[in-house]
Structure formats: C-alpha cells, structure tokens
Ligand binder design. Sequence first.
Ligand SMILES: *Cc1c(COP(=O)(O)O)cnc(C)c1O
Length: 431
Amino acid sequence: MKTDLSEKLFARANTLFPGGVNSPVRAFKGVGGTPRFIARGRGAHLVDVDGNDYVDYVLSWGPLIAGHCAPEVMREVQEALREGSSFGAPSPKEIQLAELVRERAPWIEKMRFCSSGTEATTAAIRVARGFTGRDELVKFDGCYHGAGDPLLVKAGSGVETLGLPDSPGVPADVARHTLTAPYNDLPALTRLFAAHGATIAAVIIEPVVGNMGVIVPRPGYLEAIQALCKHYGALFIVDEVMTGFRLGTGGACGLYGLRPDLVCFGKVIGGGLPVGAFGGRAEVMDRVAPAGPIYQAGTLSGNPMAMAAGTATLKLMTPAAYALLEARGTALAAGLLASAAEAKVPVQLNRVGSMLTVFFTSTPVTDAASARLASTKRFGAFFHALLENGVYFPPSQFESAFLSTAHSEADLDLTLRAAKLGFAAAAKIEV
Ligand SMILES: *Cc1c(COP(=O)(O)O)cnc(C)c1O
C-alpha cells in the first residue's frame, strides 16, 4: 500500500500542529505508524490522498451514522448554505431540529444548541451546579465527556491512549471538585453519596461507554444511579454525545428507560457538522440565560447548515434504519468472534447496536480497570493488518468502532477477510 503522500503531509503537519493533528486520537499514537490523510469519504468508504480505499469504522468518531455524503444530508446542507452560512439571530431550522429531538426524546422538554459535545457537557455541569447550588461533580473512571477542565479527571478516549489521567493545566482547585467512581460498581457510588451526598451537584455518565472501548452497563445499574441522584437531590446527567440517536430513536435513555434531568448531545445530532446540545427538564433549563441567570452562549450556536445536517440525518434514522444497524452489528460481531477463535486469540467483544470494541484480553471488560488489561500491542498488530487490507478501524484499543446504514454486506465481507489476517497478526504477538 502506497502512503508517500500521507507521509509527506504528516511531516508538514508536524511543523504546524502539535503532534501533526488537530485532535489527539487522529495521530495513531495508540497503534504507531503514520496517520492517513483523507481526500474524501463516500458512503461507508474513505479514500486517502494516495488513492487507497478503506471501509470506514470511525465515521468521524461517530457522527456519520448515514455514511459519508448521504445525498439527503448534502442536499439540505447545500440548500441552507445558499441562504447564508450564519445569522447570529434565530432561524426556523433550529425549531425544526429541536422539535424532532423532543418528539424522539420527550424527556428533553427544553434544550440549547451549541457547537460541540464538549460545550454541551461543560454547560450542563454549570447548569447543574447553578441549579443545585452545589459544587461537587461525580464522573466515572474512564468515561470521557469532552475536553473541559472539570472533566479531564480519569477521562478515557485520547487521554486513556496517551496515559495522561490528569492533564497539566487543569487547576487542582478545579479537579478537586470532581469525584470519581469505577463504572458498573453501584456499591462504590452508594458509598460516595453516603459521604458527600449533600454537596454533589450532579452525576455525569456515558450510559453505554464508548471512550474506554465499548463497555455495557450492568442490568439495573443506570436506573439505580438515577434513583440515588433523586434521593440526594443531585442532577442525573446522561452524556449521550456518542449514544444519542445512535443506539435507537431515543438513544440510550430510550433503550434503558431513563428519565434524566439533563442530557448532552453531539456527534449524530449534527450529522457531521459541528453541533452539540444539552437539554432536559424545563424547570432546570429555564435557569439558563436569558430565561435565568446561568450563563451560556455561542456565536455559531444553532448554525443553519449544522441544523440542516442534523435534521436530515435524524429523518433518515427510522426504526428500519436502526434494525438494519442491529443486523449489521450482529453479523460483524459474530464474524469477528469466529475469526478470533480460529486464530486462537482470546478476545472480549463488547457491543451495543452499532457500537463495538474487540478487546484483546481473556477476561470480561466491565470497567476501566478490566479494559486496561487488554493488550494494546495485539490491538496494534490487528489494526495495522486491517488498515493494510482496506479497513479503517479506530486507531486505539480504547475506542468504539461504528457502523453506518451505508455499510453493505460486501463491506462486511471485505472487513472479515481483513480481520482474519488481523487476528493472525495479533496471534504472533506475545502477551
Ligand atoms: C465525543 C464525546 C464528547 C465530546 O464531544 P466533542 O464534540 O468532541 O467536543 C463528549 N462526550 C462523549 C460521550 C463523547 O463521546
């Protein structure tokens, strides 16, 4: 596979950007090698600047649930652009998307659009603190909620890959208000509440974790957290930036029957354009400026092109579309497991719908500690064999792979042929 142009561009990029990239996980630090520079995406495929074609399981890290350049999405975005790229004043497209969101997730009584998932989680936490008059925040070891200061404590995603559990530059005075608990460990959270219940403003959680690889909540776990929050007067914030409109019409909250106080969105809700949103109970959201005193704002918030992309994407995501994703997910998971067994490589495959991770470990992965037992060396060998054979998996053991409605059976066949070589390569690595 020729990669000359990617290598040349990466050398230039390294003189311009820290690590050559504008977001850490793109740099292939978790797997080694040179990141591919992408020329274009179509459907489930990426084409790099050297002309190599890949079946894409990154999908811009989740947003492109209908694939690259879905015609309906492109048409709506282009039509919106013709009318003007930004107004800094209300426009009807914000209402269109918001009504779609509330129709699918009626527990979101009111919402606010912003431009990224990080903005959404940062604002949701400020709102929870402003609403409760409390400072403490609870998050879970390995959960990633964007790059905001109070959330860069035991965060997953790129922080996990790079081994920076706490980032320099986050003041200790800020970090000390963030309490952490292991994921899937209800007794630990119960103890935390017993000790700090009166000062906890909110619990924020990835309902299905994607950012230490996919981790599935134990039955009843999320519901129990919701009940604990209610009991102690803390707000329950479900971070659906990754799972929202991906795991089903109502996201993870719909799937598990949750009724949180606040929900954060990003990724799919923007259909590949920069969008975030937070929303929930009207009583809480009415404390946000200008209705209330808790400040939040954004020059490009509710951007018309981004609203158009989100609306068009959500409209494509019918129950039939989710059924297709589930079928593709089931087939891909079964194929990967069979292939790993054939190569005699012990793996754990965690999947919910169109999110999945193959962990190179023989013990079940249920939290950050068990995820860290996975062999990143074996994952690296698997990843590079896939890449060489036309399959673009997330370049880190601690990320989710995503399916789109554009992935065809032929794409899955190609993927499983490459995976055979990938597991064979992983088998050669001693652990
Ligand atoms: C991606 C992600 C974020 C951050 O969103 P950005 O748009 O990258 O700022 C927050 N929370 C979760 C669960 C995510 O997966």
